[in-house]
Design a protein around this ligand. Structure first.
Ligand code: NAP
Length: 284
């Protein structure tokens, strides 16, 4: 449902020519009672208004409840880019078609902008690619991609007919987990696959880090904005922090306009050293 509207958030150029917000909104734990629903809806609307016009969800999240909540929070005037994911246990030709239809109904939309295979599991990649392409031909999805794929998984995908149409790989990436910088990030850049960083706050692990707080204090923003500005610093990575708290979303959105300087980046490299060798893909 995305169109181009002016936004305060930097954008990432996809291989298709579409531009999408570099900072989006995650939803793994939304719609499941952690916060009152009206508060989570307000948080998602606040994010869209502040330019975080990409919403990430999955059939798995709350067994569909996250998608249902998002259905009530989409600001269609702002046309957020909608991403959902199919479980590997549904990754047969018929299973993918059924799962996509159910996600569309819960979200209350006709088309998903991006549909991802949540993780590889025992999926038959040729069947997955064929099912995604059929959904695209039917107008149910605009593009497709994968999640939690390491370089060897991407190479397997690339050997499959149509596999090179994969647009995005969504993986764990934050300052405390930089392994993908060694090989997966460059591989994706070489093959024009956009990396989407999940858990960019380390699923809370980064919230209390003193270096992030020190930089935030110097720059007049929350530590979370520093972590997020770091994640999207290349201009090629999309980050999808989750929050069901409007005040937190406002803090996070400050990352849209925060340019980390050489001093900030050096302090972060020292606290969180970049990888010097191959590390297995980090997962949650
Ligand atoms: P995250 O975004 O790194 O952290 C979310 C946590 O941080 C929440 O508990 C949130 O609580 C808190 N938070 C957010 N902003 C804050 C702020 N400004 N101040 C204080 N606390 C703040 O973790 P995540 O949920 O693991 O990852 C984000 C998204 O990535 C998920 O929601 C999901 O969409 C996606 N994901 C994908 C996969 C995959 O396998 N593809 C795996 C994991 C996650 P409040 O609600 O109270 O703000």
């Amino acid at each position: 449902m995305s169109t181009s509207t002016s936004s305060p958030c930097p954008e990432v150029l996809l291989r298709t020519g579409h531009r999408v917000a570099a900072l989006g909104l995650g939803s793994w734990n939304l719609g499941q009672g952690r916060h009152p629903p009206h508060q989570e809806i307000e948080a998602l609307r606040t994010g869209q208004q502040l330019g975080m016009r990409l919403i990430d969800t999955a059939e798995m999240y709350g067994n569909g409840r996250s998608e249902q909540l998002i259905g009530q929070a989409i600001d269609s005037a702002l046309a957020p880019y909608l991403v959902s994911k199919v479980l590997p246990s549904n990754a047969s030709a018929r299973g993918i078609a059924r799962a996509c239809e159910a996600s569309l109904q819960r979200l209350g939309v006709r088309t998903l902008d991006l549909y991802l295979l949540h993780w590889r599991g025992g999926s038959d990649l040729a069947e997955v690619v064929a099912a995604f392409e059929a959904l695209r031909d039917a107008g149910k999805i605009r593009d497709w991609g994968v999640s939690n794929f390491d370089v060897d998984d991407m190479q397997d995908l690339w050997r499959i007919d149509g596999g090179q149409r994969c647009l995005v790989n969504q993986v764990l990436y934050h300052a405390g987990s930089r392994g993908i910088e060694f090989d997966l990030l460059p591989w994706c850049a070489d093959h024009e696959v956009t990396v989407m960083a999940y858990s960019p706050l380390g699923s809370r692990a980064l919230l209390d880090h003193p270096v992030l707080h020190a930089i935030g204090a110097r720059r007049g923003v929350a530590a979370t904005a520093v972590a997020l500005a770091w994640a999207i610093r290349s201009g090629q990575v999309i980050a999808i922090p989750e929050s069901g708290t409007p005040a937190h979303v406002r803090e996070n959105a400050a990352a849209c306009t925060l340019q980390l300087d050489a001093q900030d980046l050096a302090a972060l490299d020292s606290a969180f050293p970049p990888p010097t060798r191959k590390q297995p893909l980090d997962l949650l």
